[in-house]
Write a protein that binds this ligand. Sequence first.
Ligand SMILES: Cc1cc2nc3c(=O)[nH]c(=O)nc-3n(C[C@H](O)[C@H](O)[C@H](O)COP(=O)(O)OP(=O)(O)OC[C@H]3O[C@@H](n4cnc5c(N)ncnc54)[C@H](O)[C@@H]3O)c2cc1C
Length: 488
Amino acid sequence: MEHKSDIVIIGGGVIGCATARELSRYKASIILLEQGGDIAEGASKANSGIVHAGYDAVPGTLKAKYNVLGAKMLPELSEELGVPYRQCGALVIGFAEEDRKTLGELMDRGIRNGVEELRIIEREEILQLEPEMNPEVLCALLVPTSGIISPYELTFALADDAAINGVTFRTDTEVTEIHRREDGIFSITAGEDEYLCRTVINCAGASSALFHNQISAKKLKITHRRGQYYLLDRPAKAPFERTIFQCPSAMGKGVLVSPTVHGNVLLGPSAEDIEDPMDTATTQEGLDFVMDKVRLTWPGVSLRTNITNFSGIRAHEAGGDFVIGPVDGCPGAYEAAGIESPGLSSAPAIGLALAQQITKDFALEKKDEIIPYRRPTKPFREMMPEEQAAAIREIPLYGNIGCRCEVVTEAEIIAAIRRPVGARSIDAVKRRTRAGMGRCQGGFCSPRVAAILAAETGTPLIDITKNGGKSYLLTGTLSEQAKRSKKV
Ligand SMILES: Cc1cc2nc3c(=O)[nH]c(=O)nc-3n(C[C@H](O)[C@H](O)[C@H](O)COP(=O)(O)OP(=O)(O)OC[C@H]3O[C@@H](n4cnc5c(N)ncnc54)[C@H](O)[C@@H]3O)c2cc1C
């Protein structure tokens, strides 16, 4: 089938969704194509969730520019979109005199990039700020403007805002080829479908080089660099107030220990180059690497409260920098390729820059009216008892708890399914509501969530998936099985 629009965006990660939101303010028809069963299926769902202040990127690079700009936009944007964000600060710690030199270099870079309030501090002050820290620590770079955010909730909110302002989102749509015809129109192949447009934006994360290389003679090379994590259950008291980094290396910013915006403790990531961009497995070796590093920061760490492990894939471009803007030698094509860390921190600034360039190049007019974003209602678990009582009076399904670990109600699960870019799988509900994010990891609530999904979307229960594609939970009905066993 043939579909026509002005603009096609490939990839529903935080970059594609930030770009879609900015462009939704202009008079243009826009379709976003995502291969996953949900948006935020790539690096945007599996990262450290740090809003880096901008001290790490080399001055003059696109990483430095967009990191600093994006980190300045995120506090206000998160407030506007109702996305959990906290400026908790960070420490980059050193254990030897040679680390002091590295920290000094990071501070200089930070100052040149425009990061404020940076300071080198010594052991005594570090231990006062963070008593759980290894007492052998020598010095640290204190970064008060570093923050934490929920990366997938940011992506969902950007997408919802874009959708209510006219962007069409197509999930389960894998693009295989982009071709620029002689008349300047792009033909984009996805399964049996062909998408025709005059502007294409490649935001395909780990696959961004694949599409770039189909339409440009100047080739990109992306290495897939996996990062593995431990996620610990919410402790009664957070071991660290701030994000704690060790000194960075050529492979990345190193292993961190950090609070998350939801009160968990995150340990990781590792950094291993792998062939398959979809290989998000965790391995004993990768996790052992993480723990060895974590023990140096936090000797008292215990894995007794570990509730899950996961990994994400960084898209590292051989040039070492982000590739953003018009695609070399292919008019009408734009890209944000090789967006590894600090891509999450940079996302709003990258989306804005791409939209500014495209609307200028195509003389797109601003819409007369924007539909304002309605922030999702406050989570039930965060309401005061009187607010909870009022919520139940208004919508009785607030009185039915779907997920006990994270205290998520049926009313909230239904609201997640009904969002503009709504949840269609158990994991999609999990990431929008936290049902299944707790200690039992969905052991109790998954059947309930599946039943609500089936009822809300009119899908037979047997067709509900864990995470799109063929990740079915049920293999058949009891009556079918009975028939089967009789045959046997
Ligand atoms: C381990 C790790 C830790 C990180 N930590 C941080 C951090 O703390 N702070 C920070 O600022 N940044 C961090 N980052 C970087 C950040 O996560 C990324 O820069 C950001 O998520 C990239 O967004 P994206 O939209 O470019 O890519 P993605 O989120 O990967 O999105 C690309 C999308 O394109 C889709 N796609 C791919 N191929 C196709 C196709 N053929 N057809 C249709 N769709 C397709 C994918 O399914 C995916 O949804 C980290 C990354 C990793 C992996």
